[in-house]
Design a binder for this molecule. Structure first.
Ligand SMILES: Nc1nc2c(ncn2[C@@H]2O[C@H](COP(=O)(O)OP(=O)(O)O)[C@@H](O)[C@H]2O)c(=O)[nH]1
Ligand SMILES: [Mg+2]
Length: 446
C-alpha cells in the first residue's frame, strides 16, 4: 500500500490560532479556524487525465480531438507526480528552545587539554564556546532551509494550497528570512570567535567571550520570530488533507446550497467525514463509495458563484485548484428550483464557463431537488431568455442528459448511483491504464 493510501484514515489536526505566527501575517480566513478538532484526510485520485470524454446525453465518451489540449493542461503537474510533501516537512524547534539549547551546549565546553598558559587557555575556551554557540544556532536553521521543499518542486495542487493558506509569496519569504538570520549568526559568530582568539590576556578573552555570547543572543533574539513563523507554517501545512493519487474520486461541484453535501451523504457507503482546509470555516464532506469490492471517494467542494476569477474567495479558489490540478471526475449539481440563492441563469453562466475550462474531466450533470421543481416559482418568473435557446432549455431541464434527482423523495438516486459507478470505473481505467501498460512493458522479454 502506498504511503498516501496508508494514511487514508489518518486523523489530522487543525492548529489552534494561538499557535499561529506572531510576526507573520496570516490571511484573516486562516485565523477563523475552528478550535482544535480532529478531521480525516481528504483523498483524491492519481495523475492528470491524458484522454478526454465528451458528455453525450449524460454519458462520457472519450474525445480524441482534445487529447492534445488535455496534455497541455496536465503539463503543469507532469514533473511532480507525487503528493504528500507537507507530511514530510521537518519538525521545527521553537526558537527559544534552539537558543537555550545552543547556549547550554556552548557553555559546557572547556579549553583544549594541555594548554598551560592561562591567557592562551582562556582564548581557546572563548573561541570554542563562541564557535559552538554560532553552530548550534545556525545548523538547525540550515537544516530547515534545506528540508523545506522549494515551491517549484511541489505538486501544483500543493502549491495552490500554500498560496491559499499562507498568501502568495509568504512561504518563500519566511524561508528567506530564516536563511538571512542564519547567515547573520554565522558571520557575527565567526567574527567574535576570531576576535576572542586574538585576546592578549585572560581578562580580555573573558570579556570578549561574554560580549560575543551576548551579541549573538541579541541577534538571534531579535529575529527568532521567523523560526516560530516557520514552525507554524509547518504545522498548518502538515495538517492539510493528504491527497491520495491512487483512488478515483468523484468531486461534486456547483453553486452554494444546491445540494452537493446532501448528495455526498447519499452516495457515500458509510458515514462521510468532515475535512477542513485551514482557510475554510465550514467542513467539506468526504465520503467513500464501495462498488463490488472497488473503493472510490466522493467529496464536495465549496460552492462556485457567478463572478470573475479575480473576485473569487479562497473557498472558490480551492474548488478551482481541485479541478485544475487533480484529475477528479466531476458531478456537477444544478438547482433549478429557485431556492438555493443563485438563480438558474447565473448557475448556467458559471456552468458553461467551468464545463469549457475543464473539458478534459469525466463529467456527469444532475439537477437536484426535483421534488421542488413542479412548484418552483423560478421557472415561471425567470426571464426565459428567448434569444438564447440553450439558456431557455437549461432553465426547464438542466444541461443535456442531466439526471434529475431528489434526496428528499429518493427520485433518480438509483440511476445516479449506477452512472456514478460507471463514471468511476472509467476514472479507474484512466488511473491504472498507464501503470498497467508500464508493467506490461517491463515484463516483455528484451
Ligand atoms: N427539497 C429538497 N431540499 C434539498 C434536497 N437536497 C438538499 N436540500 C436542501 O438544500 C439545502 C442545501 O443543501 P446542501 O447539501 O447543504 O447544499 P450544498 O451547499 O450544495 O452542499 C439544505 O437545506 C438541504 O436540506 C432535495 O433533494 N430536496
Ligand atoms: Mg456543502
Amino acid at each position: 500500500m502506498s504511503r498516501a493510501s496508508s494514511s487514508l484514515f489518518q486523523l489530522w489536526q487543525i492548529p489552534s490560532d494561538k499557535l499561529l505566527c506572531k510576526s507573520f501575517k496570516f490571511p484573516r480566513d486562516l485565523k477563523q479556524i475552528a478550535s482544535t478538532r480532529r478531521y480525516p484526510i481528504i483523498c483524491f485520485c492519481k495523475e492528470m487525465q491524458t484522454a478526454t470524454y465528451e458528455v453525450v446525453k449524460g454519458s462520457y465518451i472519450p474525445d480524441p480531438k482534445v487529447k492534445g489540449e488535455s496534455k497541455a493542461e496536465g503539463n503543469a503537474s507532469a514533473k511532480v507526480e507525487s503528493i504528500g510533501a507537507f507530511q514530510q516537512l521537518p519538525m521545527v524547534m521553537p526558537s527559544i528552545d534552539i537558543l537555550y539549547s545552543a547556549l547550554r551546549k556552548a557553555k559546557k565546553l572547556s579549553p583544549t587539554k594541555g594548554i598551560t598558559n592561562i591567557a592562551k587557555r582562556e582564548r581557546n575556551k572563548g573561541a570554542k564556546q563562541l564557535d559552538a554557540f554560532m553552530k548550534e544556532l545556525a545548523v538547525p536553521l540550515r537544516s530547515y532551509i534545506e528540508n523545506f521543499p522549494k515551491k517549484k518542486h511541489l505538486h501544483p495542487y500543493e502549491r495552490s494550497l500554500i498560496e491559499l493558506t499562507l498568501g502568495d509569496g509568504n512561504y518563500e519569504e519566511v524561508l528567506g528570512k530564516v536563511d538571512y538570520l542564519r547567515k547573520k549568526v554565522v558571520s557575527v559568530g565567526k567574527e567574535r570567535a576570531s576576535l576572542c582568539a586574538k585576546s592578549s590576556s585572560k581578562r580580555e578573552a573573558e570579556e570578549r567571550l561574554t560580549e560575543g555570547l551576548k551579541r549573538l543572543e541579541e541577534i538571534f533574539n531579535c529575529e527568532r520570530g521567523v523560526v516560530d513563523d516557520l514552525l507554524n507554517i509547518a504545522k498548518t501545512l502538515r495538517a492539510m488533507p493528504v491527497v491520495d493519487l491512487e483512488k478515483p474520486t468523484l468531486c461534486l461541484v456547483g453553486a452554494p446550497n444546491v445540494g452537493k453535501s446532501s448528495l455526498v451523504r447519499v452516495l457515500s457507503t458509510g458515514k462521510p467525514e468532515i475535512c477542513n482546509y485551514p482557510f475554510t470555516t465550514r467542513g467539506i464532506l468526504m465520503g467513500h463509495i464501495a462498488f463490488d469490492y472497488q473503493h472510490f471517494q466522493v467529496t464536495d467542494t465549496p460552492g462556485l458563484l457567478k463572478r470573475r476569477d479575480e473576485d473569487r474567495n479562497n473557498l472558490e479558489k480551492l474548488t478551482l485548484a481541485v479541478l485544475t490540478n487533480l484529475p477528479t471526475a466531476v458531478l456537477y449539481v444544478h438547482d433549478l428550483s429557485g431556492v438555493c440563492g443563485t438563480s438558474p441563469s447565473d448557475q448556467f453562466t458559471t456552468y458553461k464557463e467551468i464545463r469549457e475550462r475543464f473539458s478534459n474531466h469525466l463529467w456527469l450533470d444532475v439537477v437536484s431537488k426535483c421534488d421542488l421543481l413542479h412548484e418552483s416559482p423560478a421557472l415561471i418568473t425567470e426571464d426565459s431568455d428567448a434569444d438564447n435557446p440553450d439558456m431557455a432549455r437549461y432553465l426547464k431541464l438542466g444541461p443535456n442528459g442531466a439526471i434529475k434527482v431528489s434526496v428528499r423523495s429518493g427520485t433518480g438516486l438509483d440511476e445516479l448511483r449506477k452512472k456514478v459507478h460507471e463514471l468511476l470505473i472509467c476514472q479507474l481505467s484512466k488511473i491504472s491504464g498507464p501503470k498497467a501498460a508500464e508493467q506490461e512493458s517491463l515484463q516483455l522479454p528484451s
